[in-house]
Design a protein around this ligand. Structure first.
Ligand SMILES: C[S@@+](CC[C@H](N)C(=O)[O-])C[C@H]1O[C@@H](n2cnc3c(N)ncnc32)[C@H](O)[C@@H]1O
Length: 358
């Protein structure tokens, strides 16, 4: 077969090699994160034997891992001293309890890979994969990838961008977080705003059990957690602030959930929805470097979990146009769509429609 443009084919082959390499290196970065190899390497240049001792690991495995790290451009090697180095410029992206450490994200990839056969089956049979299967595959790692994001950005970066919200939380407000997962956001907010009360709600019992364990350890007496379906949220009690972090697009019935949120907002209340910052139109996402990963995560997690509940399968890439239309259809006044500290998320600020001047 004659190839129309051989250069284009060669360039695409190089791109595919890059993708396969990236996949393998992502697995190895995960190993480095979970075994403490990056933290040990960050302490200074080291031979493979010394690094194995530092991290308490088997040298033969550590040496092969180092080979991939060096040839993959993640670490450097000095053949004279036989020492490996994690450059100080790379270390902040691979070590530390910060949002810039990519390590926890590799845990999410590992969970998605574990549930891949079930998702592949859905391509043939339709249907979905219950969230419990992802929770079981994630184990202790459930919620890990957002944990440091909340530590670093929740109060000032997300809540602080919503006009007047921090003052309201400092003064004392009743707050609900829908789809709270393992509850770290609620527990941090409870600690930061002792005059407010916080309720975290999620349908996943495993996640709520972890949330409750953390709440008890933090001694957050002004927080509580409920295992419940957001689509059945009652209009009473009402809440002054309702938040949803990366959770609405995963709902089986997002329209109903949004209406329930609207009905449960107290007069003067605000709904703060943090979600993916993309367009609803594929063509407008093509140049966005975060788009392929977010479409992929949407496919591998958001769509199958929603479809498993007989749901809409909205997906994380529902986009700002569709999100704004659905919020408006649910009766909210969308007051602002703000940038967040993460380029892949935005913040929808929605007022209680009952507050609109009549
Ligand atoms: C992507 S996770 C986000 C979790 C958490 N907000 C965070 O940022 O870590 C979406 C969450 O929505 C929850 N969820 C999905 N459908 C739900 C429903 N009908 N009612 C309550 N929670 C739901 C899931 O269990 C999951 O914990």
């Amino acid at each position: 077969m004659e190839i129309a443009d051989a250069d284009r084919t060669r360039a695409f082959g190089a791109r595919l090699l890059e993708l396969l390499t990236g996949n393998v290196l992502t697995m190895l970065i995960g190993i480095g994160h979970r075994t403490g190899l990056f933290e040990a390497a960050a302490r200074g240049p080291v031979t493979s034997g010394e690094l194995a001792v530092r991290a308490g690991l088997a040298e033969r495995y550590v040496r092969e891992w180092l080979g991939a790290m060096v040839t993959g451009g993640i670490m450097e090697y000095d053949p004279t001293s036989e020492r490996y180095e994690l450059p100080p410029e790379h270390a902040p992206l691979l070590t530390g309890a910060t949002a810039s450490n990519i390590g926890p994200a590799t845990g999410s990839m590992r969970t998605l890979a574990a549930v891949l056969p079930q998702v592949e089956r859905c391509f043939v049979d339709g249907g979905g994969v219950p969230i419990a299967e992802f929770a079981a595959a994630a184990g202790d790692g459930l919620g890990e990838s957002w944990r440091h994001v909340y530590d670093e950005h929740l109060v000032d970066g997300f809540l602080g961008r919503v006009p007047g919200l921090l003052d309201r939380l400092r003064a004392g407000a009743h707050v609900l977080d829908l789809g709270c997962g393992t509850g770290h956001a609620i527990n941090l907010m409870a600690r930061a705003f002792p005059r407010s009360t916080f309720t975290g709600l999620d349908v996943a019992a495993d996640a709520i059990a972890q949330a409750e364990t953390e709440r008890a350890a933090m001694g957050a007496l002004n927080a509580k957690f409920l295992v419940a379906d957001a689509a059945r949220l009652a209009p009473e009690p009402t809440f002054d602030v309702i938040t949803a972090f990366d959770a609405i697009h995963d709902q089986a019935d997002p329209e109903t959930v949004l209406r329930r949120v609207r009905d449960a907002l107290a007069p003067g209340g605000v709904f703060v929805m943090v979600d993916a910052k993309f367009s609803s139109n594929l063509e407008e996402n093509i140049a966005n470097p975060y788009a392929p990963m977010c479409y992929g995560i949407s496919l591998l997690f958001c769509v199958p979990t929603s479809l498993a509940g007989g749901g809409a399968g909205l997906g994380a890439m529902w986009g700002q146009e569709r999100a704004t239309a659905m919020l408006t259809d649910a009766g909210f006044t969308v007051e602002a769509v703000l940038d967040s500290p993460r380029p892949q998320n935005c913040i929808y600020v929605c007022a209680n429609p009952a507050d609109a001047p009549g």
